[in-house]
Design a protein around this ligand. Structure first.
Ligand code: ISE
Length: 321
């Protein structure tokens, strides 16, 4: 993901320049930095404090996010952190406390779908009242192959996007989660895949999510919102239809980098513009990152307990009220 962000910043975002790169894999850091004439630093903490750099993008492994985001806050720098903000709700709360201490909303979280043209159009349709008041949100999240060997990752790594987009589309909060487990696919290497989440939102709207991360055929994300007078759904994201002998169809994305390339580009452009203007970005905030992790945590508990689990949220920091 870090390589992809550097590529987009370099090729498709205006007003931003990649100044330095760190990667635990030095060879990768060097090859990425060479493409954009950036320095390679061998200590991420030194990079974060470097006075020549205005802001920091974190795309490291999930468990390292907290320390890097806290360092960026200590240096008073805007930071865009890939999702999740941190894997544990308590770690997200520590980030929120540090941001409150810094006195400004400096943290953006990479829930990139908020910038996807399809989801933005869906939100616009809902806002225009064309489908009436929302009742149900049906989501499908399929990957070609799993990126983790843990069943919980279906919730914390994948379904968490659906929870975030439901909050953003509906301006609502998750209240409780139940996880249903069908027979596991024999292609899934022993993990519980697929699974079905049912999330009750505070307004009474229900969100259902099929997560299937060994679907084999590609990366397929779908969404349909059902309202009192109509429905609105995402269209196939590819711009073209291919026809051949006895065949007509659309290409399916390989993974999220293809499917959401435009969303990532817009997210980065928005962030660069916000940093230059000294404003907060339109991306998910540290608070949004915390709620997503807290909801995913309830989902993981629901998976192991087999019961409906409540999503208990802490009080919002003053900065967000
Ligand atoms: C992956 O980690 C991501 O963050 C993708 O956006 C998500 O769609 C995918 O399912 C995850 O494995």
């Amino acid at each position: 993901m870090g390589t992809e962000h550097v590529r987009l910043l370099n090729e498709a975002v205006s007003g931003a320049e990649v100044g330095a790169v760190f990667d635990a894999d030095t060879a990768r850091a060097e090859s990425v930095a060479a493409r954009c004439d950036a320095r390679v630093l061998d200590d991420p903490m030194v990079l974060i404090k470097d006075e020549a750099l205005d802001c920091v993008l974190v795309a490291s492994s999930d468990g390292t996010h907290e320390q890097f985001v806290l360092s960026a806050l200590a240096a008073g720098k805007p930071v865009l952190c890939e999702k999740p903000l941190a894997p544990e709700p308590a770690a997200c709360l520590r980030v929120l406390a540090a941001e409150q201490e810094a006195g400004q909303r400096l943290v953006s979280v990479g829930f990139m779908r908020r910038f996807d043209p399809g989801y933005c159009a869906l939100r616009g349709e809902l806002g225009s009242g064309g489908i009436g008041a929302p009742l149900l949100l049906h989501c499908i999240h399929r990957n070609a192959r799993a990126t983790s060997t843990a069943s919980s990752a279906l919730i914390s790594g994948s379904a968490v996007h659906e929870i975030d987009i439901a909050r953003w589309l509906l301006d609502d909060e998750p209240e409780s989660i139940t996880v249903h487990t069908p027979r596991a696919s024999r292609q899934a290497g022993g993990i519980q895949d697929p699974m079905l989440l049912v999330v009750r939102l505070r307004s009474g709207v229900l969100l259902d999510v099929e997560v299937f991360v060994n679907a084999g055929y590609g990366y397929d994300v779908r969404c349909e919102l059902v309202g009192e007078t109509g429905t609105v759904s995402l269209d196939a994201p590819s711009a073209t239809v291919r026809r051949g002998a006895g065949f007509q169809g659309r290409a399916v994305a390989g993974d999220w980098r293809d499917r959401f390339e435009e969303a990532y580009r817009r997210e980065l452009q928005d962030w660069a513009d916000a940093v230059r203007a000294g404003e907060s970005s339109h991306a998910a905030s540290a608070w949004d990152g915390y709620v997503a992790t807290a909801a995913a945590d309830a989902g993981v508990r629901a998976l192991s307990s087999g019961r409906t689990e409540e999503v208990a949220l802490a009080e919002q920091p003053v900065l967000y009220r």
